[in-house]
Unconditional design. Structure first.
Length: 346
């Protein structure tokens, strides 16, 4: 990974969640590029002080705005923790502060996207769908979509390492996704390094975003884990319906706790995008180790772009920023492998 320093443009960088699973790498990476300008933040005043940061609570927009005003020279905010709504995004954009959002909740991303005019008025830019999935998945999908001349259907497949230790928010989000109803079917997919795997429909936000940004009628994202046993267990629980019972939250709590403690498998991840148009088919694949680390690296690169002459003001998803199209290749030095496949699922 490059450690080159970049021009002192755009003020300081506030990283809420800056001492978490993703935020630690975001803070460290941006700190190499912009020495002395990165401010980690979080609800624990003690932990924030230990990291040289500030206490900040994304659940309290008024307090968040007060922190921005007190710091005075924040050029960008990298949200590494998910707020309950778009209020914090509005606080940033109204002040002309650039925003990078690693959130993966479809509802919340839609609410932030609706602030496009607010960003235009203040001259700020926001980039959404930042990370691995969404994020790299969006970029690969756009590339495959363009290679077939405009896809009629895109299938996205995500394999995550079930041995990796994720943050509490990420585990809760995964369990909530298992409880979400779906009409799509599982698919058998060849994933380099992991063989032929069964991937199950999962409510990643990228499939909803890409129908709008790319104009593709059918986009479906599916998930499997590197551990076949863990995949079978999780999606077996989905089929029982026990996780969907809103009036019986105990099963979700138990599963969330178990996933936070038990780590079967490794830390590899694979993202595959298959685009289809009539008889044409192109598949693009990215694979690496430690999904949390690459989520952070993608976020750091996006923040750097915003601070060094990024896109015009407004709110965009990552695949709508042309200068980020080659980001998968830029991450090769960090261990990401990008492949183009000519055969795949029918």
């Amino acid at each position: 990974m490059t450690t080159a320093k970049f021009p002192a443009a755009g003020g300081r960088i506030l990283v809420p969640g800056g001492y978490g699973a993703v935020g630690t790498t975001v803070t460290a990476t941006l700190g190499q590029w912009f020495p002395g300008r990165v401010v980690p933040g979080g609800r624990s005043a003690e932990r924030a002080r230990q990291q040289g940061g500030v206490r900040v609570d994304v659940n309290d927009p008024q307090d968040f705005g007060t922190v921005l005003d007190r710091l005075g020279d924040v050029g960008a905010v990298v949200l590494c923790v998910e707020p309950p709504d778009a209020s914090v995004a509005r606080v940033c954009l109204e002040r002309g502060v650039h925003l990078v959002d690693i959130g993966a909740d479809e509802r919340l991303l839609g609410a932030v996207a609706s602030l496009h005019d607010t960003a235009l008025d203040s001259g700020a830019s926001a980039v959404l769908s930042v990370g691995v999935a969404p994020g790299l998945s969006n970029l690969l999908a756009r590339r495959a979509h363009e290679e077939v001349g405009g896809a009629q259907r895109i299938d996205l497949t995500v394999l995550l390492g079930s041995g990796e230790r994720h943050g509490v928010d990420a585990v809760r989000w995964t369990v909530a996704g298992l409880a979400a109803p779906t009409a799509a079917r599982p698919l058998r997919v060849e994933l380099p390094g992991h063989g032929l795997r069964t991937a199950h429909p999962f409510p990643f936000s990228d499939q909803h975003t890409l129908t709008g940004t790319l104009g593709v009628p059918r986009v479906t994202t599916r998930l499997c884990l590197d551990s076949r046993a863990a995949t079978a267990l999780l999606f077996g629980l989905r089929h029982t319906g026990v996780l969907r019972a809103a009036d019986h939250p105990a099963p979700r709590r138990l599963l969330t706790g178990a996933l936070g403690r038990v780590h079967l498998g490794g830390d590899a991840f694979v993202v595959r995008a298959d685009a289809y148009r009539d008889g044409l088919h192109v598949a693009r694949v990215a694979r690496g180790l430690r999904q949390s680390r690459f989520t952070a690296l993608v976020a750091a690169h996006v923040a750097r772009h915003l601070l060094t002459g990024g896109p015009a003001p407004g709110v965009r998803h990552i695949e709508e920023v042309p200068a980020l199209a080659d980001l998968p290749e830029r991450l090769a030095g960090d261990g990401l492998t990008v492949l183009r496949l000519t055969d795949g699922p029918a």
